[in-house]
Ligand binder design. Structure first.
Ligand SMILES: *[C@@H]1O[C@H](CO)[C@@H](O)[C@H](O)[C@H]1NC(C)=O
Ligand SMILES: *[C@@H]1O[C@H](CO)[C@@H](O)[C@H](O)[C@H]1NC(C)=O
Ligand SMILES: *[C@@H]1O[C@H](CO)[C@@H](O)[C@H](O)[C@H]1NC(C)=O
Ligand SMILES: *[C@@H]1O[C@H](CO)[C@@H](O)[C@H](O)[C@H]1NC(C)=O
Length: 230
């Protein structure tokens, strides 16, 4: 039963994707943007059901990215239900409190609750826990455009691979507008995960080292390390 539902939904999503592509016709000659080696940006994050749209989680967050180190920090702030942060077995009073994912040397990803001074290694490359590549849009094609918060944004659709649906919207000059994915974690409750970037907060340039520092108490492997859902 589980398998069949999952298969049906995958087929529907792929069908929708093919229809989208055939409607939009010839691919444009636009080239997908490459991320700068270092940048930071703030965002608003939401999860909602694909069918009846109630928002289940909503929180603010930020990315600090520096591929020259390489290191990155993804903040999912109060209210978050981030699947890396949740369920790691840390001793927390509020599992939905501010949580940072710290990526170090493309080797370790730590889950850090700064307010509770709790931290552990959740996963690494073997589980797909690596920094986003600067060229993650290389295979993406421009299938649609949209206006996000009054700005014209170009849509880049990544072929189904990690996520069945993986859509990025960026301005023509490469400022991130939004990112929408449909991760199939549960075969029936298909939810859309979206980040809406604060375009004014986008900053290209080195990240102050203090922001990427791993606290000294990030010593141990999590009691329940992250296991990818599929
Ligand atoms: C948090 O995520 C879990 C696992 O995906 C889900 O079961 C739960 O309903 C979510 N909670 C909220 C408040 O969205
Ligand atoms: C969990 O944290 C609470 C308070 O922060 C503390 O009293 C308790 O001993 C901790 N439990 C473990 C197993 O570390
Ligand atoms: C999106 O906008 C760009 C820039 O204006 C344009 O070149 C491209 O053809 C548009 N793509 C679609 C699918 O409309
Ligand atoms: C949307 O645009 C307004 C006006 O430019 C700006 O004040 C606000 O911060 C923007 N919001 C986001 C999420 O970018």
């Amino acid at each position: 039963m589980e398998f069949i539902s999952r298969a049906i939904i995958t087929v529907l999503l792929v069908a929708a994707w093919i229809v989208t592509i055939s409607i939009s016709g010839a691919q444009s000659a636009l080239k997908p943007p490459v991320w700068p080696s270092s940048f930071s940006v703030r965002f608003h994050e939401k999860d909602f059901s694909i069918f009846h749209k109630p928002v289940s989680t909503e929180n603010d967050g930020a990315w600090y990215y520096d591929y020259s180190i390489p290191a990155a920090r993804h903040d999912h702030l109060q209210g978050q239900n981030n699947s890396f942060c949740q369920g790691r077995g840390l001793n927390l009073t509020d599992p939905h409190a501010d949580c940072s994912l710290l990526y170090v040397d493309n080797r370790d990803m730590f889950v850090h609750y700064p307010g509770e001074r709790q931290c552990c290694r959740a996963c690494g490359p073997a589980e797909g826990c690596t920094m986003m590549s600067q060229t993650n849009l290389a295979q993406a094609t421009n299938e649609a455009n949209d206006t996000v918060n009054g700005t014209a944004c170009i849509g880049w659709f990544i072929p189904p691979e990690k996520y069945p649906v993986d859509h990025w919207y960026m301005t023509e000059s490469g400022v991130p507008c939004s990112w929408q994915t449909i991760p199939i974690v549960h075969p029936i409750i298909v939810s859309i995960h979206s980040l809406t970037f604060n375009q004014h907060s986008y900053h290209v340039g080195p990240i102050p080292r203090g922001l990427l520092k791993v606290p000294s108490y990030c010593l141990n492997i999590c009691p329940h390390p992250y296991v990818p859902p599929y």
